[in-house]
Design a protein around this ligand. Sequence first.
Ligand code: PLP
Length: 429
Amino acid sequence: MRIQTIGFRQRKSIDGPYATPMVNVRMSNSVSNVSPIPEARATVQSLRSSQIREVANAGIGLPNVLPFWFGESDRVTPSFIRDAAMAALADGATFYTHNLGIEPLRAALARYVSGLHGATALDHVAVTSAGVNALMLATQLIVEAGDRVVEVTPLWPNLVEMPRILGAHVETVPLRYGRNGWSLDLDELLAALTPDTRMLMVNSPNNPTGWVMSRDDQRAVLDHCRRHGIWIIADEVYERLYYGAELALNEIGSRVAPSFLDLAARDERVICVNSFSKAWLMTGWRLGWMIAPSALMDDLCKLVEYNTSCAPSFVQRAGIAAVEQGETLIRTLTRDLHASRDHLLHALSRMPDVDVKAPAGAMYLFFSLPGATDSLALCKSLVRDAGLGLAPGSAFGPEGEGFVRWCYACDRTRLNTGLDRLTRFLKAG
Ligand SMILES: Cc1ncc(COP(=O)(O)O)c(C=O)c1O
């Protein structure tokens, strides 16, 4: 068998075009176009791999690296939630459930969302296997190959890659960085939302910048999307991690960021995605939900069936405890996160040439460092030379270059050790 390179196939990735050799396989004098290497379809190959992972992988095996690169707290899920899962297991909750989740959890979520954002019936609630699954399901519901999708960046890369998996074309509208931190040019976003746009995906509070979309901007975007029949997928997984002034209060006075659910009717072209991962410290449980028009639910059932079939049943039972008894937890968590944010902000802002601003939400500081013009290379040397694990800004799109992301959802001692390491690194550099 002879293998012959016959040309190069151009693939466009978010990082720019790159070429992949195409090979002919000559077998028994006949030429076929079958590659000798088993490979995924071209669109999947062209997806960007995670630069956060690239940095984390560079740190694996190195002694004593302090990781602040992933978006999760260092606190274990509280015992009232773990106990509920164990009780459910002891009770035999080990079977498939309805595609859209068990009814008591859907009902609990309907009550919870109604308390935060206005009347929401159970038939608008679908339980999913965490936020990332809800986002993919929502994308699969709405987007066809070739569709135009608009997103506000810098952004958690999963949101950019999901529509691309389905062959959609993603246009980005960058937030601008200025004296008051990251902000949206509303006119620029509205101009990008052309009548041929299928869907807007917007994440607020935003990972990585902590930017929060204002109620007025949400209203303007919703009005515009209504006029043109554009779907809005709102990723609101950080809605409870909110420290801004423009706040809504739920029944017991807890904070929540402005949400599209406050403005939109439940049967409009709006899908709001949420998760148990962040506010209830349940990243490893893989439980989330979406609020969507009830008319979508039959089709959503099919997609859930063919993706995961359902979320794990004992995990769903634990979700009921979380959502019904979790307000004290959320209040303590956000108070502590707020204090950690301010502590890190204060310490970073005293370092020479570090530019950092207070974001209104989420659990990250996204700041510029001397030498971060190549943030991936900088983060790799921070891991190697300082034992400090940060996420490179370029992982969140070209607008993020020059910045690094620090997840501050951890205890004070760890934050201080990280700060000492950064100070030493900057002095040495
Ligand atoms: C913006 C954003 N959306 C959604 C998610 C999904 O989280 P999960 O799949 O754990 O619910 C994350 C996780 O980091 C995130 O940062």
